[in-house]
Design a protein around this ligand. Sequence first.
Ligand code: AMP
Length: 220
Amino acid sequence: MITLALSKGRIFEETLPLLRAAGIEVLEDPEKSRKLILTTNQPDVRVLVVRATDVPTYVQYGGADLGITGKDTLIEHAADWGGSTSAAGLYQPLDLNIAKCRISVAVRADFDYASAVKQGSRLKVATKYVAIAREFFATKGVHVDLIKLYGSMELAPLVGLSDAIVDLVSTGNTLKANHLVEVEHIMDISSQLVVNQAALKLKQASIRRIIDAFASAVGK
Ligand code: AMP
């Protein structure tokens, strides 16, 4: 049995064509069903529906053989393991180029970020991406107090909880709707395939077949 961990929404939708390229059709729709284990047309392949941030954990501990998750989530997970995904028992063979977005710093349109940085002010930064934010501001030499949030980061500067946020940006519409502006582009993000290192050894042939089919589907 091969088990693939996915999260609902964009990653799930954009993974379906890759699975099809590997001859795998998911037989249930996670938006309609409450089932957390989805069957496929291949009796020996199943899909787990988990929270995006839990994908690396499922794969690391062997609850799933493979998983697909954003580079942002992987960096944050790896930070708990000395910063390396391989130290967390994860093999990361392929950038799938799906669910593409960027991780950026944003502030209220009326906040003068450039001056605050130039003056060496201590910035309050709200984010779910603490490791990425810490590394970015440390490299830039900006002192920050990081405030960990689990969602709706855009709200923090509006109510004075923080001066800035570090969050994923895709179209920029959410920032615009909340009168926030992007002031730094930290990195581009896309979804990555991660594989449990032990599973790769034990189920070499079936996992390789999936990796190769995904690779040719994304043109690599
Ligand atoms: P947008 O309004 O298109 O810029 O999207 C921004 C909102 O969607 C933010 O709340 C982000 O956290 C979230 N978001 C954007 N892209 C992604 C992605 N690839 N994966 C997960 N969340 C995302």
